[in-house]
Design a protein around this ligand. Sequence first.
Ligand code: AMP
Ligand code: GLY
Length: 422
Amino acid sequence: MKIMVVGGGGREHAIIKKIKENKDVERIYALPGNGGIAADAECVDIGAKDIEAIVKFAVDNGIDYAVVAPDDPLVLGCVDALEAKGVACFGPRANAAIIEGSKVFSKNLMKKYGIPTAAYEVFDDMEAALAYLETAPIPTVIKADGLALGKGVIIAQTLDEAKAAVVSMMQDKQFGASGDHIVIEEFLTGPEVSVLAFTDGKVVKPMISSMDHKRAGDNDTGLNTGGMGTVAPNPYYTEDIAKQCTETIFKPTIDAMNAEGRTFKGCLYFGLMLTPNGPKVIEYNCRFGDPETQVVLPLLESDLLTVMMATTKGTLDATEVKFSDKHACCVIMASAGYPQSYEKGFEMTIPTDIAPDVYVAGAKISDGKLLTNGGRVLGVTSIDDTLEGAIKASYEKVEKIRFENAYFRHDIGQRALAANKE
Ligand code: AMP
Ligand code: GLY
């Protein structure tokens, strides 16, 4: 089989390494991939948002199955365009990807179908939003409607901060057209859990839970990033809570999407907060999380490609999705300065013995050398019988990887370890 994976980050590298375990796979193309992914797939210089070129490549090269991994092409209708040419795909069509593409859509969906989430109001008029804030409880959370690279969420600790956020989104267009509509919502508290789930639109099979570390600095300080590390499973996500989430959140979401005529197939990501009033949805993503994928997929014991194809064919119920009962930890190595400005182009050395555990996010090959080429550069994953063991092994590998300007958090997994001891 010829497989094509759209995207070019650490998540895509993890997907590609796992798909390669399937014996029927002859070739894997990554569009665009990156200098690190090039060790595991044939990288093709087509951007993940260039739908027309992606479809042409798939048709010209007789692709048997396409995996569309990032949010942008999914929301732009990449799956629809590929399917129209007869290419089978993993991922939701545009009418279902809207669950991530529009926060107004997802909040209204949850309200209509009674799925627990933070209370909220939607605004398309700045004056009305500012007037509402005068009476809103503080802290409050302000979200731009569309995709904003995970940065369109502002948690305002004071009324002035909240007003400034509204003005920057709606008047100064800090996030472009995403700020035409905003959501102002209740500030929730509690541990956060990421649950990725396979679904064929009929049944939902949750993967092992995980915990992201979104802030740039140790002890959850500094700016929000795409994610500086992950562990799986998430110790806060007990069997009881999992059962509750399946009944009150996962199944109702799949049913709600069907009722709306927007059947969701692929990987649905539930960003949950375990509040004192029960688990609530913070956000949906229409795709695998990054860097959640880098700890979840290494623990998957079933064949990934088989499970993916079952979501497309609607045969997920009869397909085993089994996870190891071990622990995984992924530490992200970034360029100093990320998520703001940073330098790139530094040579990297990844010792061959640890290369299988490295998921490259931002690198390019130049004159035969692997150079850093992004904010998040790579992730290093380890699996062990214990969380302590997985954390220790990942940090030992981090020490062996060298590049100038490297930055990483030192405390990935510590919160999970402390929770285990509670
Ligand atoms: P998001 O980009 O939607 O994942 O939001 C980024 C982060 O903001 C989340 O991971 C949460 O930590 C936080 N957040 C979002 N919504 C809320 C909320 N209603 N209450 C408290 N924290 C929130
Ligand atoms: N790690 C969070 C995300 O992929 O959105």
